[in-house]
Ligand binder design. Structure first.
Ligand SMILES: [Zn+2]
Length: 370
């Protein structure tokens, strides 16, 4: 049994832009169903997960075609990107999306383009911002002031900052003094690659951005838990953020722990201790099996306040992910809450209030302030 949440809209607090038409031809349809970047894996093994098989059934219903992958691809190819996007977004019943446009930004549609279909806002990736200004910088001081100015002068449409430090030097982030960070800057400045990896510099910039987030009351999203092989999963455990969360200078910053899986309990524990911490189950829903999605959402609700658990899709490149995440978040949450009702933990009426908060209300008030 589950509570019917099909009419509740979702606020998608974290997702990525769709691909530009030129890159659509290059990108394999299966790519959005896996975090692997291995060509053979994407081509063959991605078809063999429970979530992929389930997703083909779900998609075939929307596209009104047989559920075989090749039939689905044929049907998709007969439709324009705009038609597909409009169809999936409408079926997903999304009230707003926060797009992190720092993922393959040269290959994706602009945030504004998505605004044709739905209310959109932007999350600014702090590492990408640093990388965009380091090459042109003439000194560490000028680099820092450009970085600070850019964060302070974002337009109203930027409703979150985002850090992918988990992908670079991990979540054991320490306070670094300016002189130590300068050493890191000098090394990065001399490199030909724009990708910043020096832990001293990354940790310093992370704290600086978090302080600005705290002062401006702009939520700060942090990638935690799983991702592609670029990441060390051990170093992405949200519990590693303890010293950051204990730092008095940033104790007012609203911190959103994205994804969390396979550490949903660890993330939720932090949300149960620190009043400024939120957890988000994007990516796990819809990329895990039904059991895995249930584990993720129910683990978070085991201990975190219901006002601190947020929906997102973490969809990227193709519109299917936006729809599948919304579909399964409603179903799984409906199932988890039904269990609570059945066991006398909450009333049926209360379960709808909780669902509305988790799917829509928490993120709306977090990112839009109402
Ligand atoms: Zn993401």
């Amino acid at each position: 049994m589950e509570i019917d949440l099909s009419g509740v809209p979702v606020f998608d607090g974290h997702a990525h832009n769709l691909l530009l038409p030129t890159w659509l031809k290059e990108y394999p349809f299966e790519g959005i169903f896996t975090e692997s970047d291995n060509h053979e894996y994407i081509k063959f093994l991605s078809h063999e997960t429970l979530s992929f098989k389930r997703s083909m059934l779900d998609i075939s219903k929307i596209l009104e075609c047989p559920s075989e992958v090749e039939e689905i691809k044929k049907r998709r190819n007969s439709m324009s990107q705009s038609d597909l996007t409009s169809l999936y977004f409408k079926e997903a019943n999304i009230s707003s999306i926060v797009l992190d446009d720092g993922l393959c930004s040269s290959r994706t549609r602009s945030v504004e383009w998505h605004g044709k279909f739905v209310d959109v806002h932007r999350a600014l990736r702090i590492e990408n911002l640093a990388e965009s200004i380091i090459a042109e910088s003439t000194s560490f001081d000028s680099f820092l002031s450009d970085f600070r100015d850019a964060l302070l002068s974002t337009s109203e449409n930027v409703v979150a900052y985002k850090s992918i430090i988990a992908y670079r030097s991990g979540l054991s982030i320490r306070r670094v003094d300016k002189e130590t960070a300068r050493e890191g800057y000098m090394i990065e400045r001399e490199k030909t690659s724009a990708r910043i990896v020096d832990k001293r510099l990354l940790d310093f910039l992370f704290h600086l951005a978090l302080e600005i987030s705290s002062a401006r009351m702009i939520p700060f999203q942090i990638h935690t838990g799983w991702g592609d092989r670029d990441l060390s999963l051990i170093d992405s455990n949200p519990l590693l953020l303890k010293s950051v969360l204990e730092d008095e200078k940033v104790s007012r910053a609203k911190v959103v722990l994205l994804h969390c899986y396979p550490y949903p309990r660890e993330g939720a524990y932090l949300a149960a201790i620190y009043p400024n911490v939120f957890v988000d189950f994007g990516l796990s829903v819809p990329l895990l099996s039904i059991k895995g999605m249930e584990f993720t959402i129910s683990s978070m609700l085991e201990i975190a306040p219901v006002t601190r658990v947020c929906y997102s899709s973490d969809a990227r490149f193709l519109p299917e992910g936006f729809y599948l995440a919304a579909l399964w978040a409603r179903r799984i949450l409906g199932r988890v809450l039904w269990n609570s009702v059945e066991q006398g933990e909450i009333s049926l009426e209360e379960s709808y209030r909780v669902a509305e908060r988790v799917l829509e209300g928490n993120s709306r008030s977090l990112y839009l302030g109402y």
